[in-house]
Design a protein around this ligand. Structure first.
Ligand code: 3PY
Ligand code: MG
Length: 324
């Protein structure tokens, strides 16, 4: 099948929550399918989605006072159903108040996503209604910085789809910054050594585990969520980290790397892995396929989820090698 999940021989336990889904997650990122899906998604589905947004009624908006905020797209000024005074309401679109992405990551559901390299919130808003579980906003290989990525995450919030962000390099600014602007998960490329893993832990986790700074950012609803977070037993559980396995060094250190308890999922990058092995894009080369099978076995044995970049649904690695 195109996207059968990997079923490891040993049961998988989510290290973050302790839940024990029976299957390892197959996560595939598919670019080409998006364009093929465009024609169907722009039909009844898209108009149905728009119809669910309540429309601001400008005539009902008060000229002053504090019972409502200003009108315009996405504002909270609406006519009261009774025709009485206007009160501020929360917009309840289908994507709002969706469960935390962590619930999905820690379930046994197979996830399907796609990468987005076009640096514009309209693209994420559009693709967010295609039915993918997540999109990966790819700031590693595209011209987008945190301001743009934040807008893309904001547009995704009104869709049922989650936003993972692939940061360009491992730095405090990129890791803590992308988390603060509300990325549902981070995808970390080019991890090589245990020192990289230690830095990632330090940058992504709040004390006492790491040294990530806290602030009333978008992630914390600009301060609204602080009280709730402060009473949470483990604030770091809100952080979803996915580490790419795409270097020879990472393969060499895989036994240690998979033991990292703060990492929720691993993700194979066959392009870079083959490049690093000196067999670039030879996706049927047994050296590459054997390595992918080894990574699959090691991650499953450690009870970790695994994903792979597919390129398309007929991809050899996805279907016949890793059986995602
Ligand atoms: C790779 O194939 O190297 C990737 O990073 C795909 O996401
Ligand atoms: Mg890569």
């Amino acid at each position: 099948a195109d996207s059968t999940p990997v079923v490891p021989s040993t049961p998988v336990r989510c290290t973050a929550t302790g839940r024990n889904p029976a299957k390892c997650l197959g996560m595939a990122a598919i670019r080409c399918r998006v364009m093929r899906t465009l024609s169907t998604a722009s039909g009844p589905t898209a108009s149905g989605v728009m119809a669910r947004f309540p429309r601001p009624t400008t005539s009902a908006a008060p000229s002053g006072g504090s019972s409502a905020v200003g009108g315009g797209y996405g504002s909270s000024a609406f006519a009261a159903p009774s025709g009485g005074p206007v009160t501020a309401q929360k917009l309840t679109a289908p994507g709002l108040n969706k469960p935390a992405f962590r619930d999905l990551i820690c379930s046994d559901k197979k996830l399907m996503g796609t990468f987005i390299g076009t640096p514009h919130p309209v693209m994420t808003e559009f693709v967010g209604h295609f039915g993918f579980d997540f999109v990966c906003i790819d700031a590693e290989h595209n011209a987008m910085h945190l301001e743009t990525v934040q807008k893309m995450l904001q547009s995704l919030k009104a869709t049922p789809t989650y936003g993972m962000v692939r940061i360009p390099t491992l730095s405090y600014e990129n890791v803590a910054g992308a988390l603060d602007i509300g990325a549902d998960a981070l995808l970390i490329p080019q991890i090589r050594t245990m020192d990289d893993i230690r830095r990632l832990k330090d940058y992504s986790q709040y004390p006492p585990i790491g040294h990530r700074g806290s602030g009333p950012s978008r992630l914390w609803d600009y301060g609204d969520s602080i009280i709730q977070l402060a009473t949470d037993q483990d604030i770091n559980r809100t952080t979803n980290i996915v580490v790419q396995l795409e270097t020879v060094q990472a393969v060499e250190h895989i036994d240690e790397i998979v033991q990292s308890d703060f990492i929720d999922m691993f993700f194979i990058g066959p392009g870079d892995l083959s490049m690093d092995m000196g067999i670039f894009a030879q996706f049927s080369n047994p050296r590459l396929t054997d390595t992918i099978m080894l990574l699959r076995e090691k991650t499953a044995r450690a009870g970790k989820r695994l994903g792979i970049f597919g390129g398309n649904t007929r991809n050899h690695l996805m279907n016949r090698v890793a059986n995602f």
